[in-house]
Design a protein around this ligand. Structure first.
Ligand code: FAD
Length: 410
């Protein structure tokens, strides 16, 4: 069995490590942070097998243009960073215009369909307190807004995802605490949510440690290569020999693959959350008002309002104004709620232009596996990614077809 180095202790890295360990491999996970303190810390907790719509769709340029002048809108671009983001943005726009959308949705569906089952395998008895099959509500303020989202409904229907369209009365019955301002909703009954995404990663990590896996608090800087293989990783704590490397460093993965000469387009789509005290009558499930593009999810520590996409790179500081805008938006839907956050957070979504992650072996290095680029759905796709990586390492028939996620598509 192999001695495998995993770079990154987010939901993707720990899921890979846990499944590889189940196959008998010895796993060591490298990260300067404790498990789950990157992007996996603060996501909206949605585990929706129905999340199949890519970020870039045919109307994206018009939509983005309407947002760009408003600093509180769902999208913000730091103009100083724009020249660096341009090549990625060009590919992103092309992905939305292309006839590939149905194929992308199908590949997202494959990755997301059984995530709940695979998380149960990883979480054991803790699954009960972390995962809730609560359904999700997509909310529309007018019939026109509902009509505009036809593509999403068509893609979900074509992939057999169950949904119901609700009128204002039915919305009120499901979510009595929500301000009655919605004309229609789409209810996805098979979706679920995690009540604490950080605890989910920490729980998987604890299990890996109990079974002999090692977590090393170090940053990977480079790789020692020889004859088409990586022989060791070079960290700020020294050189560590290994038989195989899994690169699962989220939005930072491009820096690492760059050291291996791989050119994979990956951008940070920075997102924010604010935690607000739970309203007196707590919502029962993630609520997604499409006009605001925020997800409001009931969690262990309060109501999490998560959203926004900001293109400003990995190094720019957090923009407090973007976080405050989320709290203000939430008040639109829960008017009695305070907009003073308990905490605010910013994280880096690791985004590819076509909304599909990169999963699978590097074509140049026989013993390097890539597992990053999950964008806005890394929690949903985490466990299945881990299983797929372990299938590929074992050379057994993979759980899902790995072809759509290959790095060579770029
Ligand atoms: C506001 C917001 C809401 C979201 N909502 C959802 C949602 O509801 N559902 C969903 O499925 N997804 C959601 N996401 C996306 C999801 O959180 C991410 O796709 C996922 O967390 C990515 O996981 P990861 O393990 O790839 O990255 P991360 O969690 O960022 O982990 C990468 C790790 O690599 C480490 N690292 C980086 N460089 C190095 C190095 N050189 N050496 C060693 N370690 C390194 C980092 O420290 C980090 O811990 C959301 C994201 C945001 C920002």
């Amino acid at each position: 069995m192999a001695n495998i180095a995993i770079v990154g202790a987010g939901v993707i890295g720990v899921s890979c490590a846990a499944f590889l360990q189940r196959d008998g491999h010895s796993v060591t996970i490298y990260d300067p942070l404790p498990p789950g303190e990157g992007c996996s810390f603060g996501n909206a907790g949605s585990i929706g097998p129905g999340s199949v719509v890519p970020l870039s769709t045919p109307g994206i340029v018009r939509q983005a243009a309407s947002w760009i002048a408003d600093p509180d809108s769902p999208l913000w671009i730091d103009w100083r960073y724009l020249p660096r983001a341009m090549p990625w943005l060009a590919r992103f726009i092309a992905a939305g215009a292309s006839p590939r959308i149905n194929g992308i949705a199908k590949a997202l569906r494959a990755l997301h369909a059984d995530s709940f089952t695979h998380y149960r395998t990883l979480l054991g008895d803790d699954a009960g307190s972390l995962l809730n099959v609560s359904g999700q509500l997509y909310l529309y303020e007018s019939d026109a807004a509902f009509a505009k989202d036809a593509l999403g409904r068509e893609l979900r229907a074509s992939l057999g995802i169950r949904s119901e369209t609700l009128n204002p009365d039915e919305i009120r019955q499901l979510e009595p605490s929500l301000k009655p301002r919605f004309a229609k909703a789409v209810y996805l009954p098979d979706s679920s949510h995690c009540s604490n995404p950080h605890r989910l990663v920490a729980t998987i990590a604890e299990d890996i440690s109990r079974n002999g896996g090692r977590f090393v608090r170090a940053s990977v800087k480079d790789f020692e290569q020889d004859a088409g293989q990586v022989r060791a990783i070079v960290t700020d704590a020294g050189r560590m020999a290994c038989d195989m490397v899994v690169i699962a460093a989220g939005a930072w993965s491009r820096r690492l693959t760059g050291r291996l000469g791989l050119r994979i387009p990956l951008e940070s789509l920075r997102g924010y959350h604010v935690m607000l005290p739970m309203p007196e009558t707590a919502p029962k499930r993630p609520l997604y008002p499409l006009a605001a593009k925020i997800m409001m999810t009931p969690m262990e520590h309060g109501l999490r309002i998560a959203g926004t996409a900001e293109i400003a790179g990995l190094d720019a500081p957090m923009n407090e104004r973007r976080a405050a805008a989320l709290a203000k938006l939430a008040k639109r839907y829960f008017p009695d709620m305070t907009s003073d956050p308990i905490s605010v957070w910013m994280g880096h979504r690791p985004a590819t232009p076509d909304s599909l992650p990169v999963i699978g072996p590097s074509s140049q290095y026989r013993n390097v596996m890539l597992a990053f680029g999950h964008g806005q759905t890394g929690l949903i796709g985490g466990a299945t990614t881990g299983l797929l990586v372990s299938d590929l390492v074992a050379s057994r028939k993979p759980t899902i077809d790995p072809y759509p996620y290959r790095a060579s598509r770029f």
